[in-house]
Design a protein around this ligand. Structure first.
Ligand SMILES: [Zn+2]
Length: 362
């Protein structure tokens, strides 16, 4: 098998869907090593940075089973990382914020008796689990009131009333309920039913896990390294086993592999004070080793040391026939604007990075 070690405009191809899809380099799934059929390569592929984080870089060399496993485990766990949560809320990205809210938990504190009850979140909106105080007293929030009332009346229809009458009376009761203030109640004697509109406060708590993003970082590092290094160098990367294990099984990366703080040369600030609408992956081949920087939202940065012990690392990858000392992919996702992609490379002699026409090549 011939392993690629260069990037050309043909190798990084446009897909036309706003995604950037890197052409298939391998004959097998890079995670489970199962051979991939032609049909399995037809799908969008695996998003290197998850789609829900507005990533737009895809690779084709992941089988559907591994893609689904990584999506549900490695990718979604990143929503529990405090730095990613902070950056997501500093940006106006409602869908992403709702996903983060939904993973958390909430509690409703009743203003009247200080009682608490569980709150679930769906699409970022709270749903208070209703409380049936007595058979004929329902405390509920406005959204769910019609459904709960209908369910109770269907289960325990009031005696001596016809179906049509029950329906008419419950509609009237609902109309009156809609027009009362939180904390007030409405009563319908013929249905023997009281509805109390809840008044209180919903407290939301984010679900956070220490170092939750490590598995996603390991996955991105593995995927990117496989495309950026040639085979001979790849097998000698000391951190490769570690990032493979963490990507597939979870766990944390050692702090000799995932290093803090981020380099002073990075566009990143320590705190997500000024998030921007872009992600960036940068690979340096330098005299301090091979470094991979991954930046989410232009501010949350993770730096991996892939190889620390080789002083002459220029040029495992070539662009346009020349050794490179740095390669960078930058992907934007500003709301209501087309996604932009940029590719930069730098050779050891370059003073400034060279920009490639990534609109057509990426
Ligand atoms: Zn697989």
């Amino acid at each position: 098998m011939h392993w690629r070690r260069s990037v050309s405009e043909e190798e990084l191809s446009p897909k036309g869907s706003g995604y950037l899809t890197m052409q298939s380099f391998f004959n097998h799934c890079i995670f489970c090593f199962r051979p991939l059929s032609h049909g399995e390569r037809k799908s969008d592929g695996e998003h290197v940075i998850p789609e829900f984080l507005h990533g737009s870089l895809c690779i084709k060399d992941v089988c559907p089973q591994c893609n689904s496993l990584l999506g549900s485990e490695a990718d979604h766990l990143a929503l529990e990382d405090e730095r990613i949560i902070a950056a997501s809320f500093a940006l106006d990205l409602p869908e992403l914020q709702n996903r983060i809210i939904d993973r958390g938990k909430g509690v409703f504190v009743d203003e009247e008796d200080r009682s608490e009850r569980a709150v679930k979140f769906k699409g970022g909106k709270p749903r208070i689990v209703p409380r049936k105080v007595r058979e004929n007293l329902l405390e509920t929030d406005e959204k769910d009131a019609p459904t709960h009332l209908r369910n109770i009346l269907a289960r325990l229809p009031p005696k001596g009333l016809k179906k049509g009458e029950i329906e008419k009376l419950s509609q009237e009761l609902m109309w009156r309920y809609e027009n009362i203030e939180p904390g007030e109640s409405v009563h319908e004697p013929r249905l023997d039913m009281t509805l109390r509109k809840l008044r209180g406060e919903i407290k939301h708590q984010f679900k956070t896990t220490p170092n939750a993003a490590h598995r996603l970082i390991a996955k991105i590092a593995l995927e990117f390294s496989l495309y950026a290094f040639n085979r001979d160098r790849l097998v000698t990367i000391p951190a490769l086993d570690e990032i493979y294990t963490v990507a597939l099984n979870g766990g944390e990366l050692r702090n000799t592999t995932l290093m803090y703080p981020i380099s002073p040369f990075s566009p990143v600030v320590t705190d997500p004070k000024e998030p921007k609408y872009f992600h960036q992956i940068i690979l340096y081949y330098g005299d301090v080793g091979n470094l991979l920087d991954i930046y989410f939202f232009g501010c949350v940065g993770f730096r991996l040391s892939l190889r620390e012990d080789d002083p002459s690392l220029f040029g495992p990858m070539k662009v346009d026939g020349k050794d490179v000392s740095m390669i960078s992919i930058l992907m934007t996702f500003e709301p209501n604007k087309p996604k932009e992609r940029y590719l930069f490379s730098r050779t050891p002699e370059d003073k400034t990075p060279r920009e490639w026409n990534a609109t057509t090549s990426l």
